[in-house]
Design a binder for this molecule. Structure first.
Ligand SMILES: Cc1ncc(COP(=O)(O)O)c(C=O)c1O
Length: 382
């Protein structure tokens, strides 16, 4: 099992940071790479033509390893999830009578694009709510989603876990059902990829879109999207020079090209060779591949176990282990507790979590230890 990796981060010792779902702290190694990269532009001669291509290629390869994708050229650099989704929306021919299926209260970047597309086309966004009550909530929510997929479903757009409370969606079952009816599967991996195993070859998503600043431990404003074969001949949201064939030939850039680079590279954002953010995210994902998402998940499970048992014993509601992330889960309060007082107690104890919907969202990672959970327990039960 992994041991605490706190020494690899610069978090102050008295901060109990259980909030990676908001934003990860910076790895010292990533910071170092970032500062070095920033300084490079002091002298432009040190940024070569080759640099426009080399780190992005390494980044695609490293991420392909993380998500078990066979072809790194299906992976593109994006600035945000909304950008990655815009490429999907642009290539979806949806008609009145059809619908896009989402989970209720999904993150806006994986809702507004569908809403806008459906408003334009007369189609519908169908939002599947969790069941009432807490008994077998995750299991029953998944069943409701599977039941809602039918011949009119154009796409299911969902996360691997729900961003607000970590409810796990069974992507393999959803994929199977979408294949039965010929629907696409579009995944927002922002709250899972990095900390939870994801296997492109098993799940076969049509798109997997992911922001880099949370569980990928990268900087803000860079993310990655994987696009499957459905998008092979599609139209990107923007046209830039580097996505076109032979863009390596700087002298010949105005020999305008019809063709794009292979795979999904046409979908990359302009100026994707970001000389600061790309090497930073690359370093972060190298570290993640070294630790392994499976072991990160296991580590989070172990450090949280005893606190979760104690909280459940005291009437706090937490989803069963197999229907939530170990790295991301919600705690709902017993009826007699006042959320405002709990918030104050958490602040007093320097326990950093988020409040999303009616859940306290707890999101540990490898820099946390059991001590952070003990502090959380104290803050919630005093
Ligand atoms: C599930 C999920 N998707 C996406 C994002 C970020 O989206 P964007 O990159 O469009 O700002 C977040 C941020 O909290 C998130 O939780």
């Amino acid at each position: 099992m992994l041991t605490s990796k706190r020494a690899k981060f610069s978090l102050p010792p008295n901060v109990n940071y259980l909030n990676c779902a908001y934003m990860s702290p910076l790895l010292k190694s990533v910071e170092k790479v970032g500062v070095k990269a920033l300084r490079k532009k002091r002298n432009p001669v040190s940024i070569t033509q080759q640099d426009f291509f080399s780190d992005t290629e390494l980044l695609r390869k490293e991420y392909a390893r993380l998500i078990h994708a066979e072809n790194p050229n299906r992976i593109v650099i994006i600035p945000s999830v909304s950008y990655g989704m815009a490429n999907v929306v642009r290539n979806l021919d949806i008609k009145k009578g059809q619908h896009i299926l989402v989970a209720a209260e999904q993150f806006p970047s994986n809702y507004y694009p569908w809403k806008s597309l459906c408003d334009e086309s007369g189609a519908e966004v169908k939002s599947i709510s969790p069941p009432d009550g807490f008994t077998e909530r995750g299991k029953r929510w998944n069943e409701k989603i599977l039941e809602a997929i039918n011949a009119n479903t154009k796409a299911v757009a969902i996360g691997h876990v729900h961003w607000a409370d970590g409810t796990r969606f069974d992507l393999e079952a959803i994929r199977k059902r979408t294949q039965d009816v010929g629907a696409l599967l579009i995944i927002d991996g922002t709250q899972s990829v990095g900390a939870m195993p994801f296997d492109v070859q098993k799940i076969k998503p049509d798109a997997l879109v992911c922001a880099g600043y949370k569980w990928l431990l990268g900087p803000y404003s860079i993310g990655l999207a994987y696009y499957g074969e459905y998008f092979n001949n599609g139209k990107p949201v923007e046209e830039n020079w580097i996505t076109r064939l032979h863009s390596e030939d700087f002298a010949g850039l105005v020999n305008y090209q019809q063709a794009y680079h292979e795979g999904a590279l046409r979908y990359e954002v302009g100026e994707r060779s970001n000389f600061i953010l790309v090497p930073m995210l690359l370093n972060a994902i190298q570290q993640l591949n070294n630790w392994g998402p499976e072991r990160i998940q296991e580590y989070c499970r172990e450090i949280g176990k005893s606190t979760i048992e104690k909280l459940t014993g005291k009437g706090f509601l937490i989803e069963q282990e197999n229907w939530r992330g170990a790295h991301l889960f919600g705690i709902r309060l017993p009826a007699n507790l006042d959320l405002e007082k709990i918030k104050q107690s958490l602040i007093r104890n320097k326990v950093y979590v988020s409040f999303r919907g009616n859940a306290i969202r707890v999101a540990p990672n490898v820099y946390n230890t059991e001590k952070d959970f003990q502090k959380l327990l104290k803050a919630l039960t005093r």
